[in-house]
Write a protein that binds this ligand. Structure first.
Ligand code: MTE
Ligand code: HPA
Ligand code: MOS
Length: 784
């Protein structure tokens, strides 16, 4: 007998549900929504100082400009002048004090977008300049922090370092990164009857925007609906900060009683919104002859910008990922959350995890160079064990460690050792072009570290024609969440996926949803949808059992059909019968992640439900005279458990990797000494493009992957972890640089490793080598 399968069930490599709309330009983003009669357009008036007192703000010319209908400042806010997601330190409009260049001061609504933007530039503002703190160093010097300093200690790192056979110390600067979502920040607010407001917002967190708008308007949550069908990318940038734009649009809509759209242009978006936190990481490590780390001490300084935003959780995650795949028996991590007069840095794919991991990988690389060993050997010596050496520095026992298998497989398939030899041979005869190779591993913890966020809801309807409408609290930003959740429903109810209409995230359908973040979208919404689908299936089963007078156990749903004893009918027929028998065909589903919970005060417990693993090998070629470089070949093996959709997952793996390469090699944010961001457009800020994809790019899903925990169909989250595979590229560049000094010294290389940074690193290495006067003797100079 041939067992039919439903179309688009779990595990099917089907395209993104909106793929055909994305490529034809028919997908409706917020700016494409048909505009209501009388729509006005808004623009934000921005601060031109990084740190100043506002002496006077004269908006006369703004109000008199052509087309202007309304101008608002903090005085026009009926409710709270704040949109801070955790702490109330993010004013919608600055009042007495401005804290960064680009900060919002007032807003204009005009008949056209052009008129609004022109009018916003006509303000006459008098500032009394204050000294801006622009860097983490400056903040450290002044002890200027957005949140208290944190320390996590296990064992006795000081003693372990002091008594270790070898010691080294170092420092790495890790740059920030703009999310560079293709669709910029946008909100469209429509006033409805009786003081209610409907807001279309490009946001990863509609529920939070709902509250931010309600607070600003001084109305209740029930009076605000926030809707988002899709974002043109979020990458963390739309986790907390869309609230500003939604509040401004809603305030102007409230004031004018007309629909208001606020779409900021790219330059303004980059000046106003937060980015990945740049870090300064200092380390000291003690280790043995094999390179095994006996004790390590980290000091992390994350630049948070002017306000707290999500910086607490982000810096926490950096601390929690300072181990990556390595067992650190004696470790101290001191974490400073630096307050500066720059944009408020926020979530970005990996959420602090990548910065933590870059730190420990730098330690490993320095140790390898010091000992003259293959960095991969040093990595392996330090891997977490499976049955021993398997407790993290925060006390969570790792029960799903597959990094040994993944690395062993990749080492073979990427031909790592032979290529390393070939590269060494090539470099010996090539004076200026130098190749480098590196294999780095990834372990990434899945769950929001703020435990309460690990919950999700779903709403599922079956209509009498046997088609379904699916809604859940997750948002779609291109990552393929909607199709994966629909696959779960198709699988559970055994109906083809094309019967399921996937609908916009909407606070009036599923309440109190968490942000779609921490890579947990499909884990949580998939489970919530499964819960809803199972409820409906149970009702249909119970009905069929009564209707056909058969035992419930004999009822089987299979590929759009239902068998009840020896009867067989279509799903549609059953639904119709159930409707006439007055069976409810709508259900909600709910999920909360089990097991997790940890105490942030003692840094102990189980913050993560499980871990994702992967590894990558990068090979680069560097021109030692110019610093120019190319990524020649990349091999990836990544664990997604049992994939819900291998096509979508592969897109996340490849895309995440390339985005990580951008972070670590080309994307450089520059502020001038007055605190103005100078790289606020693609002309000066270089994200990877198609031609930056390596010629040979072999990405594979780890076929024997399976989630050790009871996740949705044993799949694993995939959104963020692959970004960190790009650390291999940074280390391949380091390897190429190290070859210019016969691998005798450890290069100083900060991220991003732009051509200039590479050239400086090579020159600094040459100077240090000349000074040390060594040839093959490994020397690593203490830098602190
Ligand atoms: N993929 C695309 N195409 N666009 C995005 O904005 N965001 C990433 C990742 N992949 C993003 C993406 C981030 S930061 C996260 S947390 C996850 O997707 C969120 O979605 P998920 O939880 O459904 O994986
Ligand atoms: N990850 C991503 N987003 C978050 C988290 C997290 O751990 N906590 C709060 N927002
Ligand atoms: Mo992703 S940084 O958790 O939105």
């Amino acid at each position: 007998m041939v067992v039919e399968r439903v179309k688009g069930g779990v595990g099917a490599a089907i395209p993104h549900d909106s793929g055909h709309l994305h490529v034809t330009g028919e997908a409706i983003y917020t700016d494409d929504i048909a505009e209501a009669r009388g729509t006005l357009y808004a623009a934000i008036g921005m601060s031109e100082r990084a740190h100043a007192r506002l002496k006077s703000v004269d908006l006369t010319k703004v109000r008199a400009a052509p087309g202007v209908v309304a101008v608002i400042t903090a005085k026009d806010i009926p409710g709270k002048n704040d949109y801070g997601p955790v702490i109330a330190d993010d004013p919608i409009f600055a009042t007495a004090l401005v804290q960064y260049h680009g900060q919002s001061l007032f807003a204009v609504a005009a008949r056209t977008m052009e008129q609004a933007r022109r009018a916003a530039r006509l303000a006459v503002i008098e500032y009394e300049d204050l000294k801006p703190n622009l860097t983490a160093e400056a903040a450290l010097r002044d002890q200027s922090f957005v949140l208290p300093t944190e320390r996590l200690v296990r064992g006795n790192p000081r003693a372990a370092i002091a008594s270790a056979p070898h010691r080294l110390s170092g420092k790495i600067r890790i740059g920030g990164q703009d999310q560079f979502y293709l669709e910029g920040m946008i909100a469209y607010a429509l006033p409805k009857e009786d003081g209610t407001m409907h807001v279309y917002s490009s946001t990863q967190h509609p529920g939070e925007v709902q509250h931010q708008v309600a607070h600003a308007l001084d109305v209740a949550a029930k009076d605000v609906v926030v809707e988002c069908r899709r974002m043109g990318g979020g990458f963390g940038g739309k986790e907390s900060q869309p609230g500003l734009f939604a509040c401004v649009a809603a305030l102007l809509a409230h004031k004018t009683r007309r629909p208001v759209k606020l779409r900021v242009d790219r330059d303004d978006d980059m000046m106003i919104t937060g980015k990945r936190h740049d870090f300064i990481t200092e380390y000291e490590a003690g280790f043995d002859d094999d390179g095994r780390i006996l004790g390590v001490d980290f000091v992390l300084a994350g630049r948070c910008g002017y306000s707290a935003d999500l910086s607490g959780s982000i810096n926490d995650r950096a601390m929690l990922h300072s181990d990556n795949c390595y067992y650190l028996e004696n470790v101290s991590i001191l974490s400073f959350r630096c307050k500066t007069n720059t944009v408020s840095n926020t979530a970005f794919r990996g959420f602090g995890g990548p910065q933590g991991m870059v730190g420990i990988e730098a330690v490993i690389d320095d140790i390898a160079l010091y000992l003259g060993r293959d960095p991969l050997a040093v990595r392996k010596v330090n891997f977490y064990g499976v049955d021993d050496r398997n407790i993290t520095h925060y006390g969570q026992t790792i029960v799903d460690n597959v990094i040994h298998e993944i690395v062993a497989d990749l080492e073979q398939s990427a031909n790592y050792h032979a290529r390393r030899e070939q590269i060494r041979a090539f470099n010996r005869t090539s004076p200026h072009l130098k190749r480098g190779i590196a294999l780095t591993p990834v372990k990434f913890g899945i769950s929001f570290t703020a435990t309460h966020l690990n919950q999700a809801g779903c709403l599922l309807h079956i209509y009498t024609d046997g088609t379904l409408l699916l809604n859940h609290g997750g948002t779609e930003m291109g990552q393929g969440l909607f199709v994966k959740v629909a696959q779960v429903v198709a699988e559970e109810l055994q109906v083809d996926i094309d019967r399921i209409r996937i609908t916009a995230s909407d606070t009036s359908k599923v309440p109190n949803a968490s942000p779609t973040a921490a890579s947990s979208g499909s884990d949580m919404n998939g489970k919530a949808a499964q819960d809803a689908a199972r409820k409906l299936k149970a009702r249909l089963t119970e009905f069929a059992s009564t209707h056909f007078a058969v035992a419930p156990e004999t009822i089987v749903f299979r590929a759009n059909e239902v068998r009840a004893g020896d009867k067989s009918l279509s799903f549609n027929e059953l639904v119709k019968l159930a409707y006439f028998a007055r069976v409810s065909l709508s259900a909600t589903g709910f999920y909360r992640t089990p097991k997790i919970g940890y105490d942030r005060k003692t840094w102990s417990g189980m913050p993560f439900y499980y871990f994702c693993y992967g590894a990558a090998v990068s090979e680069v070629i560097v021109d030692a005279l110019t610093g120019e470089n190319r990524l020649l070949r990349v091999d990836i093996l990544h664990d997604v458990g049992k994939s819900l959709n291998p096509a979508i997952d592969m897109g996340q793996i490849e895309g995440g990797f390339i985005q990580g390469v951008g972070w670590l090699t080309t994307e450089e944010l520059c502020w001038n000494d007055k605190g103005k961001l100078m790289t606020h457009a693609p002309s000066t800020y270089k994200i990877p493009v198609a031609s930056d994809v390596p010629e040979e790019f072999n990405a594979r899903i780890y076929e024997s992957g399976i989630n050790a925990e009871d996740s949705i169909f044993r799949s694993k989250a995939v959104g963020e972890p692959p970004l960190m595979l790009a650390i291999s590229t940074l280390h391949a560049i380091r390897d190429a640089i190290a070859s210019t000094a016969d691998h005798a010294l450890s290069p100083r290389l900060d991220a991003p490793a732009t051509p200039e940074a590479i050239l400086f690193s090579i020159e600094e290495l040459a100077a240090r080598r000349a000074k040390a006067g060594v040839r093959a003797e490994p020397v690593l100079e203490a830098s602190s």
